[in-house]
Design a protein around this ligand. Structure first.
Ligand code: KMH
Ligand code: ZN
Length: 274
């Protein structure tokens, strides 16, 4: 089994400081959180940008600052969001891909998202995939529901996506696939052979499905975007606290944790600076 890649989803678009006082919002805070997470065992940071008042933004200038703050402190693989926040236009969402981060998310379909609808029109998804290919950005294919995985598989066969895909199986969004072992096992059974995959469980499932993914040979995403609690009724003190716990579980299960350099090799990304 390969070493474990831990992604830290530091900020997200929906969580606020009033929900989680330790949420990193400013570029400096996001840079510091990334550094702490790498020290705790993360190799990818999944980034969202916020304006000064906490509102979500896809402004490239803000992403440029965030990327600079992260890169000046650590060698994490930088993955930006193209999901942004519900209601943003496709043009807004794709803009920061021109900064050529190492990775970016690519949602593979539309889905009810709590009380909202997260819209991903096939024409926009195709344009996102093309923009990522043009800028040399590795997509992480976001799968919220089984039909999205079927779409990704079809697009891989049609040559619209790389034959060496990396997936994020997001389980537990209200309106999408539930955060159950059965749902994870079904999605795993449908993955193209040779694909790498990570699990993002929402809420308490972050710990439970993350542990299952460690055993199954997948990878794990943790962080405040998906879960703000350390345990029931107790807020986590930092993103790094969540990273540290999943790294410890992996080590207890005798699966070593990848460094950012090792994660780049596992994902077929060039070494940093190459
Ligand atoms: N904020 C969600 C609507 C992504 O980062 O690509 C979408 C999201 C997915 O967060
Ligand atoms: Zn995100």
């Amino acid at each position: 089994m390969s070493k474990l890649i831990i992604t830290a989803a530091l900020t997200g678009a929906e969580v606020s400081k009033s929900d989680q006082p330790a949420l990193p919002i400013t570029p400096q805070d996001i840079g510091r959180a990334a550094q702490e997470c790498v020290q705790a065992g993360a190799s990818i940071v999944h980034l969202h940008a916020r304006q000064g008042d906490g509102t979500s933004t896809q402004d490239s200038a803000v992403y440029r600052q965030i990327i600079a703050e992260v890169r000046s402190r650590c060698d994490a693989i930088i993955q930006i969001s193209t999901g942004g926040a519900v209601g943003m236009t496709a043009q807004e969402r794709i803009a920061p891909v021109a900064l050529k981060p190492e990775m970016a998310t690519l949602s593979m379909g539309s889905v009810n998202f709590g009380g909202d609808v997260f819209v991903n029109h096939p024409a926009d998804m195709r344009a996102f995939a093309a923009a990522m290919a043009e800028h040399g950005v590795l997509p992480e294919l976001e799968i919220f529901d089984a039909g999205m995985l079927a779409t990704a598989t079809r697009w891989i066969k049609q040559g619209l996506l790389s034959a060496q895909p990396h997936f994020d199986l997001v389980l537990g969004v209200p309106g999408a696939m539930p955060a159950t072992p059965e749902a994870l096992m079904y999605l795993k059974s449908q993955l193209p052979s040779g694909a790498t995959w990570t699990v993002a469980g929402i809420g308490p499932a972050q710990l439970q499905l993350g542990t299952l993914a460690i055993v199954l040979g997948g990878h794990v995403r943790v962080g405040f975007e998906d879960n703000i609690y350390y345990r029931k009724g107790e807020l986590a003190t930092s993103n790094a606290q969540l990273v540290r716990r999943i790294a410890q579980i992996s080590q207890l299960l005798e699966r070593a944790v990848a460094t950012p350099a090792e994660a780049r090799a596992l994902l077929g990304l060039p070494a940093l600076g190459v």
